[in-house]
Design a protein around this ligand. Sequence first.
Ligand code: KG4
Ligand code: ZN
Length: 349
Amino acid sequence: MRILAIETSCDETALALVECRGGITAPRFKVLKNFVASQIAIHRPFGGVVPNLAKREHQKNLPVLFKKIETGNWEMGNIDLIAVTVGPGLEPALWTGIEFAKKLYRQLKTENSKLKIIGANHLEGHLYSFLLPKKNKVSNFQFLLSKNFPAIGLIVSGGHTTLLTLKDLKTRKKLGETRDDAVGEAFDKVARILGLPYPGGPEIEKIARKGNPDATPFPRPMMHTKDYDFSFSGLKTSVLYFMRDNPRASKPDVAASFQKAAVDVLVYKTMRAAREFGAKSITLSGGVAANKALRKALQGDCRKNDLQFFVADFIYNTDNAAMIAATAYLNLFQKKKYPLVANGGLNIK
Ligand code: KG4
Ligand code: ZN
């Protein structure tokens, strides 16, 4: 089945065409086209995403990206399903994608009466992004269900920090989430404190490479609490006070020490969940999954504990539409139907 997916929940306009097979027990994906139009340069002067600017840019970018998809060898008549992100995300941004998807559906339906349209959950998209193949490959997860579940899933993005157990690709339970800032948000805010541009995550990672991660012992909030919740706002405030009191401190040292504190908490709690729930693997996803210090630390602990580690290629960590196609495909086998309206109280369970 061929899925055209549309993602406009935040500041990336993304379209993808993905060939999906195998059902929910052995899903296989081939990403035929994957386009992302980044709005970073537009929002950077404001230090964060401006919802109405995001909407305007999505409206401008969607037809351009669609044209690029259309002008391949692919006949649009071959699409079986249109999938569009319906949340969670910025309301005006989401609506732009939804309206575009509906219009496209009405147009293409005239030539292709079997065409369907469904809504997809952005966070589920991140969660299942590890199923996407490396560039120009077909993923093959036939071995996945028997050998690698139960799994622990860690989603780390600009809006969410969530830990889940997955019994299989259908059955999951949320263990905990952040009580205040998401970890990506903390990276962005700390970057701003250090005078680095938006989005801060990659900037912190870049300068942290030249710093000493043990220079300042920032707190590891909620690391030893019995639950699986997180908190990153206090850590960000510690950096703020530290910079106020030590304005001449080395920025690479501060960035590296902050990054280490955040990574320590994420890895510690994820590994504790893996032990408690007898997990055979760990999946890492969301924008912050692009952070090499986090990937390395989690992968290292997985190796030590004989666990499989799954993380998508770097191109699928931050927002993209290929992951929306993948999650939409899995939805089909769970009779999951998200209404085509922005947000609608939708979160991850
Ligand atoms: O998943 P995503 O693209 O959008 C949301 O759904 O939120 O995540 C964006 C977040 C931003 O906070 C960004 O700073 C962070 O992911 N991020 C990183 C890195 N790349 C992106 N954080 C740390 N290290 C990175 N390399
Ligand atoms: Zn995202």
